[in-house]
Design a protein around this ligand. Structure first.
Ligand code: SF4
Length: 463
């Protein structure tokens, strides 16, 4: 365990220091260097933007830089589920030195009674709505245990403090244009956290923010920049068109839903505005699995259409990263080999595969708990296993080991040097985009080697 530097810094009476931390599992970080795939954590940059100028602010992301446990007056920590144990550890270390800690993010919002055992204050929900109050109470020595954040209007959202990010991120800016998701997949907690209503920032406001950015590459951190329905589609077109009209030469990636491929006008404006590639949650090539996960939108379009949709996106010179989830009750043992065939036949540029993970606050978690299928329930310590790489529940049609081995086999089947080269060549033929081809090759090679290290790590931890 790391020790503190002595708290000897002289402070003037006015200035205070706020440390905002994104924690990471240290043992895993030592075994696996995940830095090349990281994107900056947008929630911390938004909180920093709402903090008065008298505060000296540091954003520390343990995924990119080791935490030095520097002096601070107040520590704010965000965490998903897998890194919650590390968040608690960091909080305890600061509290032992008399430094107050506040925790927010999706895990603490779903399990505030657990989190409050380890921190001074928990913010439930969207922290921006209560952040001013948190800081005010802290300064008056009256920090409360629980703050209930509301879903905020995204009009006049403060500009995120991207300038506070480490310079080690490949993509240095995250821009959020909307929050919320009207779909309700069984494994996902986005709708519980951000709500089922799609809240959007005004397009001109987003464009102003983009215009003020001094970097070319950026990530739209929306869960789906297009969202669903004609109105949302028109808004996305206005946004893409605005990038072109203002002459902003950006290169961007974003998560989108499968509907992104359907309207050629959307595709055309996306490409013209600098879209390099999109990340799509295909989740599974199998409709039984989609059914089991309640992935209704993909079911409506049909898994049989995936290849055609990828082709349409490629025809506009845009790359496709597919995200797949393995281990649902619809998956049988042949799903792994069938997925490899799909990846190679569809000419999808890059893909990642995660193990279905029952996160607290989701319907999946409640169901698997009721069915007594959860394997790791020594909380909070066991949350570190809920990292999408380890089977933490008993799958219906295979063993947990077979599930982990199967996911590893997929990576082996598609990301070797020879196969990656062939896939990169296909990417170029499909899109005629050299930047995409280079990114796709290096990402596939990186994902393959990362998968090997993660697999070895998971097996080592389990043994
Ligand atoms: S997985 Fe995507 S579509 Fe499904 S609920 Fe979550 S954000 Fe919405």
């Amino acid at each position: 365990m790391r020790h503190f530097l002595p708290l000897v810094k002289e402070k003037d009476n006015m200035s205070k220091k706020l440390l905002l931390v994104n924690p990471s599992d240290q043992a895993k970080l030592n075994a696996i260097d995940v830095r090349i795939f990281l994107l900056p954590p947008p929630s911390l940059a938004y909180l920093a933007a709402m903090t008065p100028p008298k505060w000296d602010i540091v954003i520390a992301d343990e995924n990119v830089d080791p935490l030095t446990f520097e002096d601070a007056d107040l520590v704010g920590i965000t965490a998903m589920t897998w890194n919650a144990p590390r968040a608690y550890e960091i909080s305890e270390l600061y509290r032992q030195r008399g430094v107050k800690t506040v925790m927010g993010g999706i895990h603490a919002s779903m399990l505030p009674d657990e989190a409050i055992r380890f921190v001074d204050s928990v913010v439930i929900g969207e922290a921006e709505s209560v952040w001013e109050r948190v800081l005010h109470d802290f300064e008056k020595n009256g920090l409360k245990s629980i703050y209930k954040g509301e879903r905020i209007s995204l009009e006049n959202l403060a500009r995120p403090r991207n300038d506070l990010y480490s310079d080690k991120y490949r993509i240095k800016a995250s821009v959020q244009t909307a929050r919320g998701c009207p779909i309700d997949c069984e494994f996902c907690s986005v709708a519980t956290f951000h709500g089922r209503t799609y809240r959007q920032r005004p397009v001109e406001d987003v464009l102003d923010e983009l215009e003020a950015l001094d970097c070319r590459e950026l990530f739209f951190s929306d869960d789906n920049i297009l969202n669903y329905g004609k109105e949302a589609e028109r808004r996305a077109i206005r946004l893409f068109q605005g990038l072109v009209d203002r002459g902003l030469k950006k290169r961007w990636i974003s998560q989108v839903g499968i509907d992104f491929a359907i309207n050629p006008e959307v595709l055309s404006w996306a490409k013209r505005s600098g879209c390099l590639a999109v990340h799509i949650g295909f989740e599974s090539i199998d409709e039984d699995a989609l059914q089991a996960m309640h992935k209704v939108r993909n079911l409506k379009v049909g898994a049989g259409k995936y290849t055609e949709l990828i082709k349409r996106i490629h025809e506009h010179g845009i790359g496709v990263h597919g995200a797949f989830v393995l281990g649902s009750d619809g998956d049988r043992k042949d799903i792994f080999e069938r997925t490899i065939d799909f990846i190679l036949d569809s000419k999808i540029d890059t893909a990642s595969f995660t193990i279905l993970t029952p996160l607290p606050g989701t319907r999946l978690y409640s169901r698997l708990m009721a069915e007594e299928r959860l394997l790791r329930t020594n909380y909070p310590e066991d949350w570190r296993h809920y990292d999408f790489e380890e089977a933490v529940f008993r799958p219906r049609h295979m063993t947990p080991d077979e599930l982990e081995d199967g996911v590893y086999r997929i990576y082996q089947g598609i990301d070797s040097r020879a196969v990656s080269l062939k896939r990169a060549f296909n990417s170029f033929l499909q899109t005629r985009s050299l930047p995409l081809t280079v990114v796709a090759y290096s990402l596939n090679r990186g994902l393959g080697s990362l998968a090997t290290k993660k697999y070895q790590y998971v097996k080592c931890v389990a043994s």
